[in-house]
Design a protein around this ligand. Structure first.
Ligand code: NAD
Length: 296
């Protein structure tokens, strides 16, 4: 099977390379020439245009920055590919754009899936991403081997845009819980509690969560967490802010009350403004510590 892959950045590049490893013929396109060359060195056929990349393919995958890029590219796609082509968007985008992309595909007689991922650049390179997928069951079932070439957990979440909904809701939990864990460590410090003692208690008590046990924001208790590596990402503050903003747009348009999601978006906006966009999102504990009169 031949796949057209549009967007060969931090995530798309290694994902396309894993498709090649799994035996697919992959034709790639990106606006950046250097990324095209890099993908080419991993077995992706570098194409000079979107039209060239999607000529004669069965499936097209897009991995782009945001909703406006996906809609612009899908507009071009539906004008170019034949009826029946499978279009998959793996970017993290707003729900309205995801729904619109599915509608555009359906109008052309194409089949489509939204399939955002979690697992970051490490997961993309290792082929261990989690895919959250929205779209029709039969389309999902047929396309499962494609996702298996790039990921480990593949979850069908429901109809069109359900994958994006799951991604946005999950990351809203993550943003809120990381702030909660950071606040608890800062309060513990003020109360004379050691990081290890708080970790030992909360990690086996009702405060237990991924932000604590896998991604602990203080160095020591979880040696692999970015806190042990000067908060190098990992998952950058800019990406957390992007996802929290998406959750708030969705909450507003759907009429859901998400007061903690709103506060988390506000705190991560400040975190980014303070120059932390490229640092890991767990570094927000340093901002909280400073706000408490301590040093980072
Ligand atoms: P990136 O900026 O590295 O890659 C996006 C690529 O799209 C760029 O190389 C850009 O040149 C290309 N592009 C933009 N418009 C194009 C067009 N019209 N035609 C062809 N190429 C075009 O971003 P990324 O980190 O790879 O993230 C991609 C998506 O995945 C985003 O939606 C992001 O939120 C999501 N995501 C990223 C991570 C992560 O850790 N980086 C984790 C999960 C999800």
């Amino acid at each position: 099977m031949t796949i057209g892959f549009i967007g060969l950045g931090h995530m798309g590049g290694p994902m396309a390379a894993n498709l090649v490893k799994a035996g697919y013929v992959v034709k790639g396109f990106d606006l950046s020439l250097s990324l095209l060359e890099e993908a080419n060195s991993k077995g992706v056929t570098a194409c000079a245009s979107l039209a060239e990349a999607v000529a004669g393919v069965d499936t097209v995958i897009t991995m782009l920055p945001a909703g406006k890029h996906v809609l612009a590219v899908w507009q071009e796609l539906v004008a170019t590919v034949p009826t029946g082509t499978l279009l998959i968007d793996c970017s993290t985008i707003d729900i309205d754009s995801a729904r619109k992309a599915h509608e555009m595909a359906a109008e052309k007689g194409c089949v489509s899936l939204d399939a955002p991922v979690s697992g970051g650049t490490g997961g993309a390179a290792a082929g261990t991403l989690t895919f959250m997928i929205g779209g029709k069951q039969d389309v999902f079932s047929k396309s499962q081997p494609i996702f298996e070439a790039m990921g480990k957990r593949i979850i069908h979440c429901g109809g069109p845009a359900a994958g994006q909904a799951a991604k946005i809701c999950n990351n809203m939990i993550l943003g809120i819980s990381m702030i909660a864990v950071g606040e608890a460590f800062v309060l513990g410090e003020k109360l004379g509690l050691s990081h290890q003692a708080l970790f030992d208690v909360a990690s086996v008590s009702s405060g237990q969560c991924w932000s604590l046990t896998t991604y602990c924001p203080v160095p020591g208790p979880v040696p692999t967490s970015p806190a042990n590596n000067d908060y190098r990402p990992g998952f950058a503050g800019a990406l957390m802010l992007k996802d929290l903003k998406l959750s708030q747009e969705a909450a507003q348009s759907a009429g859901a009350a998400t007061p903690l999601g709103a506060k988390a978006a506000e705190l991560y906006a400040l975190f980014n403004e303070l120059g932390n966009a490229d640092r890991d999102f767990s570094g927000i504990i340093e901002m909280l510590r400073k706000q408490s009169g301590g040093t980072a």
